[in-house]
Design a protein around this ligand. Structure first.
Ligand code: B12
Length: 231
């Protein structure tokens, strides 16, 4: 995006300019600058959720569009992802500390086999921690066995799968079929998410819920866990 030739202090920018600058710095993969920008917004009493949505996810949206249009390539997008993670690292403890109830149960989450995208999954994990779940993060590229083993070991109240590619999202159906075959579906809720998914797809593969974004997903998971606890 923009080349920043002039020397200036991030702290001299007003809020709107700073948000735009963080988006630019994220685009340019500038870890330290993104970190500092997020720090300044926090010091200005910005809500962590707003920083996440406006500055970080907003910046990543532009990255996504330029990646799609062939303006950015994988190595550059990886740098952007690194910068996004720097900012998220600063917000994680704040979002997680907002927990009111720490006993909603366990949430197993992982990106499906063949897929290495994890930014959205990590955001969901952060929001779930904030909502009061113990999150068991299986990471990326998970074959069905990883989900089965984690379910056996952790007995979660919700299991979540993430996919960012149209070629990997059908694998969620494979995992669900295996759970069905083993008669495990009644034991926990299955949520799916990721940019190419929608409610229709979630219904077609028989998932219990589709999470459009991190905040909504955490709300949905919490209300499910609370209803289970109430029984
Ligand atoms: C960053 C990125 C990468 C990074 C990933 C780094 C990382 N650590 O994640 C790198 C460079 C590695 C990468 C690689 C590739 N990528 Co990529 N990538 C992206 C990009 C730009 C952003 C994704 C992202 O992080 N979004 C921000 C997060 C916050 O949003 P999100 O993931 O959607 O998550 C939110 C919701 O969906 C939901 N959610 C997500 N998961 C879950 C899970 C649950 C349980 C729930 C409830 C909710 C939920 O909540 C999240 C938070 O609000 C997207 C473009 C885009 N707009 O999506 C392309 C994109 C996904 N990539 C794409 C492609 C093609 C690839 C490659 C195949 C490129 C290549 N030729 O090698 C490889 C695939 C590698 C692989 N095997 O997985 C395409 C996919 C096209 C398609 N139709 O499938 C996209 C759409 C770009 C494009 N427009 O062409 N990519």
């Amino acid at each position: 995006m923009s080349e920043q030739d002039d020397d200036f202090e991030l702290s001299d920018l007003d809020d709107k300019e700073l948000v735009e600058q963080i988006q630019d710095d994220l685009y340019d993969g500038l870890n330290d600058e993104v970190f500092e920008g997020v720090e300044i917004l926090l010091a200005r009493n910005w809500d962590a959720n707003d920083i996440l949505g406006d500055a970080l996810v907003g910046g990543m949206k532009v990255v996504g569009e330029d990646f799609r249009d062939g303006i950015l390539f994988v190595p550059e997008v990886l740098k952007c992802a690194g910068a996004m993670k720097q900012g998220m690292g600063l917000l994680r403890p704040i979002l997680a500390n907002s927990a009111i109830d720490l006993s909603l149960g366990k949430f197993v989450i992982g990106t499906v086999k063949g897929d290495i995208h994890d930014i959205g999954k990590n955001l969901v994990g952060m929001m779930l921690e904030g909502a009061g779940f113990e999150v068991i993060d299986l990471g990326i590229n998970n074959p069905v066995e990883n989900y089965l083993n984690a379910i056996d070991e952790h007995k979660p109240v919700v299991m979540g799968m993430s996919a960012l590619l149209t070629t990997t999202m059908p694998y969620m159906g494979v995992v669900l079929e295996e759970l069905d075959k083993r008669g495990m579906r009644k034991d926990f809720h299955v949520m799916v998410g990721g940019a190419p998914l929608n409610q229709e797809f979630a219904d077609a593969i028989g998932a219990d819920a589709y999470g459009r974004d991190a905040a909504r997903s955490a709300e949905m998971a919490s209300s499910h866990a609370r209803s289970v606890k109430a029984c």
